[in-house]
Design a protein. Structure first.
Length: 110
């Protein structure tokens, strides 16, 4: 395996790790997971800069669609986490509103 292939495999591994972390975000571990994602992102950015500095764009171009798709999957994972969190918040807000209404009714009955 030549050097370019090794660097591309390393980049694939980093993207895969970020995908796994993005899929595992939850409210209890969000801060640690996001910190780990940021660290991996900085490693990805450094790897991309090294590749751009060391290889002509023609050699890297075949890999662009693969990494664009990986980045989109990661974004979709974040979107799913946000959507789930919004759904949970809406449910909690509805419960709070229901409890508030019950509190008002019990105050009126006194």
């Amino acid at each position: 395996m030549n050097t370019l292939e090794k660097k591309i495999d390393n980049l694939r591994s980093l993207y895969s790790g970020v995908q796994i972390l993005a899929d595992s975000i939850n409210s209890e571990t969000a801060e640690q997971t996001i910190a780990a994602i940021n660290l991996a992102k900085s490693k990805i950015d450094m790897s991309i800069l090294e590749l751009k500095a060391g290889y002509p764009p023609e050699m890297l171009k075949p890999y662009n669609p693969e990494f664009s798709a990986a980045a989109k999957q990661i974004l979709n994972s974040f979107d799913n986490v946000i959507t789930n969190h919004k759904s949970e918040l809406a449910h909690i807000q509805a419960e709070i509103a229901k409890l508030d209404s019950q509190k008002k009714i019990s105050n009126y009955q006194r």
